[in-house]
Design a protein around this ligand. Sequence first.
Ligand code: THU
Length: 130
Amino acid sequence: MDLVKAAAEVREHAWAPYSRFKVGAAIRAASGTVYLGCNVENVAYPEGTCAEAGAIAAMVAGGDTVIEEIAVIADSPEPVPCCGGCRQKIAEFADGDVKVTLATTEGKTRTLTVAELLPGVFSAAHMDRA
Ligand code: THU
């Protein structure tokens, strides 16, 4: 399955009446299953969730914990980078060399790795004082 296409399809379901900025995300997990997410805003603005967070929650609920590839799409002039919080959420389940494809609805794409997306990632090793 084309991940960008899958992300574009789920983007249509985004609930974004406040920002009017719909985002879709698709994750191919280690099992081969593709998990989808879209942003879900709330009138209490901080309660909204990003598309990436939704896809990750679906993945974990589906029994997968390893991201093999992820795509994110929005209607923006340039491929929109994931927000800081989502970078950390992705890094929880993806190795540094995992590909992240950022896309626009007009067909522009930019592909980078998780390590490029979040250099200097905070990891469990940073809590290890032994
Ligand atoms: N948004 C995402 O879903 N993912 C991103 O990577 C960037 C931002 C959403 C959050 C909010 O609903 C809207 O886009 C505007 O910030």
